[in-house]
Design a binder for this molecule. Structure first.
Ligand code: AMP
Length: 210
């Protein structure tokens, strides 16, 4: 199964991605995580991507397309994958289609988790990340287990002003990609307001899982 997951920062996307991954047994591939790792390791890609990321701009298509296409051609992704954060632009979407079609593969589902900005701002101020595993918790809604609680951190860009900018940018950036998939009949809008289990259930039913 080849699934794309779209959702604003703080929409629960990372948590839902982990659940889909566990249920279907496909890798969860996050372009943001891959880029952050490249920056942390100071690889040539990381050096090129760093300035764009720190300014909150999109990394150029050719760089992101290359790392994602290499990643999805690896053996663990041969039966499917869950892409998170990619594609972000129509050229990225077109490159993905072009890479899959010769192998007879398609994107099966595009899921867009929708949550009003006001709800996200309330949620995100409590978001904490485990720097060891990159797992995302919430101090109120999804607290880390006691042995992890001491080491979780708040991501730098979760400050409210930055968040508002990120949300505005998210809406602007995703419009074209969601239009692209809507025109192809692949887009499912899922209401992301509610308990994690409720949202999970909505997503699972859209992609035919119980
Ligand atoms: P994310 O964790 O998905 O919010 O991504 C963090 C940052 O990585 C973004 O603000 C961009 O600078 C960069 N990035 C991640 N995915 C993409 C993509 N598909 N295209 C361009 N830039 C990306």
């Amino acid at each position: 199964m080849r699934v794309l997951l779209i959702g604003p920062p703080g929409s629960g996307k990372g948590t839902q991605a982990a659940r889909i991954k566990d249920k279907v047994g496909i890798p969860h591939i996050s372009s943001g995580d891959m880029l952050r790792e490249a920056v942390a390791k100071d690889t040539p890609l990381g050096q090129k991507a760093h300035d764009y990321m720190s300014q909150g701009r999109l990394v150029p298509d050719d760089l992101v397309i290359e790392i994602i296409l290499v990643r999805i051609s690896q053996p663990d992704a041969s039966t499917g994958f869950l892409l998170d954060g990619f594609p972000r632009t129509p050229p990225q979407a077109a490159a993905l289609k072009k890479a899959l079609t010769p192998h007879g593969f398609n994107i099966d589902h595009v899921i867009k988790i929708e949550v009003p900005d006001s709800v996200i701002i309330g949620r995100t101020t409590g978001r904490r990340i485990d720097p060891v595993t990159n797992k995302i918790y919430h101090s109120e809604f999804n607290p880390p287990p006691p042995e992890i609680a001491a080491r979780v951190i708040q991501r730098e860009d979760d400050e409210e002003v930055t968040l508002r900018k990120r949300l505005a940018k998210y809406h602007k950036d995703t419009q074209q990609v969601t239009d692209y998939y809507e025109q192809r009949g692949l887009l499912h809008i899922v209401n992301g307001v509610g308990k994690l289990e409720e949202v999970q259930q909505r997503i699972f039913s859209v992609i035919g899982l119980s």
